[in-house]
Each structure stands twice: as C-alpha cells, then as structure tokens.
Design a protein around this ligand. Structure first.
Ligand SMILES: [Zn+2]
Length: 270
C-alpha cells in the first residue's frame, strides 16, 4: 500500500508527525510520497524523506499557487527548481498544473509555467505529478505537447470522458477521499473504468479526509479507506487493489523496495 500524494510538511503535522508516520506503518503502508509545493517546501519534504529512508519519498514542483506567489520571479524559481531536482533525492517533478477554479494567475501564464516544467521533467527524465481544477481540456492539450513525459493526474475529479483522454495519452490517475463523498458519482464512474495498471491511490493529506472523517485532518493511514471504497466499486479485494496500486506507484516513481524491518541489514559487520 502506497500513499502516492500527501503533504507531510504541512504545519498541521508539526506536533505529531512521527506518530502520523507510525500510524501509517501500522496501517500497512509500505511508502508515501510527500509533495513539495515550491522550492522551500520541497527542501523540507526532502528532509522528511531523508529522515525516513525508503518509507517517505518526496517530489518538488512549482504548483499554481507557488508559481503565482513567485510573480515576476518565476524564471528564478524555475532555475532554483532545476538545481534542486538535479541534486537528487526527488522521485518526481510536481505538483504542477492548471487551476482554473482559483484562477490566481492568468490562464495563459499558467499554461506557460506548466509547459516550462513539463520541459524540465523531460530534460531530467522525471515523472510528473499534476494538479488540475476545471481545466481538463487545456491540460490534456498541454500534456499532448510533451509525448515523452508521463506521470499521474493527482486527485482526479473529472468524469469518464476526461479520464479516457488522459489514459489515451499514457497517464495514470490517482484517487483519494473524494471517492467516498456522496456527490462524487462522476469520479466513482471514472475510477471504475481506469485500467488496473494506471490506477494510483493517495490521501492528499492533511486535506480530503474520507467519509466518515470528512472535514477532519487527513493522514496517510487514511489511504486504507480510499482503497476500501475503490475496491468495492471495482469488485476486487482490498488486498489485491493495495498490491496493484502499490506496484503502480513503485513503477511510476521508480521507488526502491523498502529496507527490511529493523536495522540488522544495514548495521555494518564488526
Ligand atoms: Zn497536493
């Protein structure tokens, strides 16, 4: 079981981050990917990954909010991101994308900032984590322009038609607590149709806690509820879906297998 998208750097985890990770381990997670939004957050994410090798992995990208905050310093931010990713320790570029819901930056600018980062991912050979709100047609066109770049549409909230377009382009889709929300019929319809080898699960914690804890702080262990709902609607067992989605995340992000429990394997012989 892998939580392919969480935000462990969020201040809401400051008081009990260790306990949160321990609960994730107890729940049976093999790994989680904490997403860096902006370079400073990505550095913090990398610190968390270094502190929990093999269990916490991290990404770095200029999401629409960070990109907007950079303003005219976006080019400098992109240069900083290039240096950061080149240093290593990141399994993906992201999250990056288009947000037409908040529309912070003009849509043309959002498109340019996304294209610049897709180009960087292609150059560095990294998979990409995409954030998209109310911009499926425009995003699909943007991805089409980078046929060698692959990755995941995180927190997928579209319907079957949008899903089909991303799948045809070779991208994977990740679902979270939204699949448990009563009004998410379209999202569930899409989730039922995704081929098994393109399906990922995530929490997007601390956001989007699944029902019945909706509205409360979400954490990686909650990916179990997401898997349970998805397994029910895809008519497979939770165990089988955990194994396939875990393997998909491992393949996409090229995650190494977790080190064995305990430190016997890494302790030098004396
Ligand atoms: Zn996110």
């Amino acid at each position: 079981m892998i939580d392919s998208h969480c935000h462990l750097t969020d201040p809401r985890f400051s008081a009990d981050r260790e306990a949160v990770l321990e609960r994730a381990r107890q729940a049976g997670l093999a790994a989680c990917v904490t997403i860096g939004t902006g370079c400073a957050d990505a550095r913090a994410a990398r610190e968390l990954a270094r502190a929990a090798p093999g269990f916490v992995h991290c990404s770095a990208g200029l999401d629409p909010f960070s990109a907007h905050a950079l303003g005219s310093a976006f080019a400098a931010g992109l240069a900083e991101l290039r240096v950061l990713l080149s240093e290593g320790g990141f399994v993906a570029l992201g999250e990056v994308g288009l947000d037409y819901h908040y529309d912070l930056s003009p849509r043309r600018v959002q498109g340019e900032q996304l294209a610049a980062q897709l180009g960087l991912a292609e150059e560095l050979g990294l998979p990409v984590v995409i954030h998209v709100r109310e911009a499926h047609a425009e995003l699909a066109s943007a991805l089409e322009a980078f046929p060698r770049v692959r990755g995941v549409i995180h927190s997928f909230t579209g319907g079957p038609a949008a899903a089909a377009r991303y799948l045809a382009l070779g991208w994977s889709l990740a679902f979270n607590g939204i699949v448990t929300f009563p009004k998410a019929e379209e999202v569930r319809a899409a989730a039922a149709l995704v081929p098994a080898d393109r399906l990922l699960v995530e929490t997007d914690s601390p956001y989007l806690a699944p029902v019945p804890r909706r509205g409360q702080r979400c954490e990686p262990a909650d990916v179990v509820q997401v898997l349970a709902r998805l397994a029910a609607l895809r008519l497979v067992t939770v165990e089988a879906l955990a194994a396939t989605t875990g393997e998909n995340a491992r393949r996409l992000f090229r995650l190494p297998l977790s080190p064995p429990a305990g430190d016997a394997a890494v302790r030098p012989a004396v």
